[in-house]
Design a protein around this ligand. Structure first.
Ligand code: FHN
Length: 441
């Protein structure tokens, strides 16, 4: 093992990935749904007749939107069409195995009736808890739930981006107690949750107190053993985030892949990781007018498959409307992804890096710990012949198409290389071919 050069008290505490059952489960799920839902769904990217192109959930920070006006929106939040069973059924049909919900975004509004804040769902016309019914419905559908929690809190009087004097430091200490209380409250109220998804940890006040985030991580683990928490929570004592000052990952998985994916397996350094993706370019909360490119089913599937082929999880974001329903584009996308997953999902769940030489037609995914390797074809060659190059001392013992379970006869073309000639070169969605291999002498 590599020697650390810098002595750290609050750096990484573990070498390599977690191997316990909770983490093995998280890793096997591979496909998640992200939900950004909160007061920002009311203005939906528009204020006073003007459309704001930035992320809808950031509208409070738009100079033309007065904070006072935003902070009154809770008086209108009344999702009368919220149907948690329908939400969970849509996610399940899409093939998602876990879900991450914004309990509190940067605006500070809580979707649960927190006893530590007045700025919660309890004060809205809806009055009742939103998180509890949502978590129950998802769990009943067999979907794990993780809780998104923003450290940045635009509503809390004690939140400071930086601590400039003694009064700020005192406020900062009170704020830390508040954060700890809210997180313990969430664990106590919703004991089935599998992890926290922290965000808004980039301000100096947070980065410069590595001891606190370290202690917080350990505190939460002790309250709820097995909890999965990514690398956004902590900073080391030198202010390094995600990776400590020795380059070691802090937290259970690398959480820096936002709206981007690693290019090759070398980019993930053997760590667990997760990517989170928006449907348009950069909208998380509901925006009434999506501008620019909107990702298609096949584009999303390629990102999912690529992530799994590089040992990662992929999480697709949804931004429900203020009334509790989903926009048509998101419903159609979820249904389209689900159609493909129904036939081909076996290639995704419990998938890992295959260790085969990458080919231009697409991605290999190995079913964890087995000799089954899936080829997921996104770029069909004009020839219709897919080249497969096996690692040394590996033999191909079976080739079949997932759709219809049709056996195919590979052509040996020399050394460890084969062609798989496809009967039908047309494809409207990614084709999956299952290879059975054995290790020879
Ligand atoms: O500022 C937020 C943003 O609104 C959104 O929640 C994303 C999700 O990963 N996180 C932050 C930006 O990194």
């Amino acid at each position: 093992p590599r020697q650390d050069t810098i002595a750290l008290k609050h750096g990484a505490h573990r070498m390599g990935n977690r191997t316990d059952a909770d983490m093995v489960r998280w890793r096997s799920l591979r496909f998640g749904q992200f939900i950004h839902w909160g007061l920002y769904a009311i203005p939906a990217g528009e204020w006073n007749g003007k459309t704001y192109n930035g992320a809808a959930e950031w509208i409070r920070s738009w100079k033309e939107m007065p904070h006072k006006a935003y902070d009154q929106l809770y008086r209108q939040f009344n999702p009368v069409n919220f149907n948690p069973q329908q939400w969970a059924a849509q996610a399940k049909a899409m093939g998602a195995k876990y879900m991450i919900i914004t309990t509190k975004h940067h605006d500070g509004f809580c979707l649960w009736p927190s006893k530590y804040s007045k700025y919660t769902i309890a004060a809205s016309p809806w009055k009742k808890d939103l998180l509890g019914p949502m978590i129950d419905a998802y769990n009943k559908a067999g979907i794990d739930v993780h809780l998104y929690f923003s450290i940045i809190d635009w509503n809390h009087p004690d939140y400071r981006a930086s601590l400039k004097n003694a009064a700020d430091s005192a406020a900062g200490k009170r704020f830390q107690v508040f954060v700890k209380n809210q997180l313990a409250e969430l664990l106590q109220r919703y004991p089935t949750i599998k992890g926290f998804w922290f965000d808004g940890t980039w301000d100096d006040s947070w980065k410069n107190d590595g001891a606190f985030s370290d202690e917080l991580e350990q505190y939460l683990q002790a309250l709820h053993p097995g909890l999965v928490m990514g690398s956004r929570l902590r900073a080391d004592e030198k202010g390094a985030r995600h990776f400590d000052s020795n380059g070691r990952l802090m937290g259970d998985y690398e959480q820096g892949w936002e709206r981007k994916l690693p290019a090759t397996i070398a980019d993930v350094h053997g760590n667990d990781w997760e990517a989170v993706m928006t449907v348009p370019e950069n909208q998380w909360g509901y925006h009434a007018k999506w501008m620019g490119h909107v990702k298609t089913v096949n584009e999303i599937l390629e990102m999912l498959v690529k992530s799994v082929s590089l040992n990662g999880n992929f999480v697709l974001n949804f931004g429900p409307k203020a009334d509790g329903t989903y926009r048509a584009e998101e419903q159609q996308l979820a249904a389209g992804i689900g159609e493909w997953m129904k036939v081909n999902g076996a290639a995704v769940y419990d998938g890992t890096y295959a260790g085969f030489e990458k080919q231009d037609w697409g991605y290999y995914i190995r079913k964890s710990g087995t000799d089954s390797v899936y080829m997921v074809v996104f770029n069909m060659p004009v020839s219709g012949s897919l080249r497969v190059k096996l690692p040394a001392r590996t033999e191909l013992t079976g080739v079949s198409m997932m759709q219809g379970n049709v056996a195919l006869a590979p052509e040996w073309i020399g050394r460890n290389e084969y062609f798989i000639h496809l009967p039908n070169k047309q494809q409207e969605s990614p084709m999956v071919i299952l290879l059975k291999t054995v290790k020879g002498e």
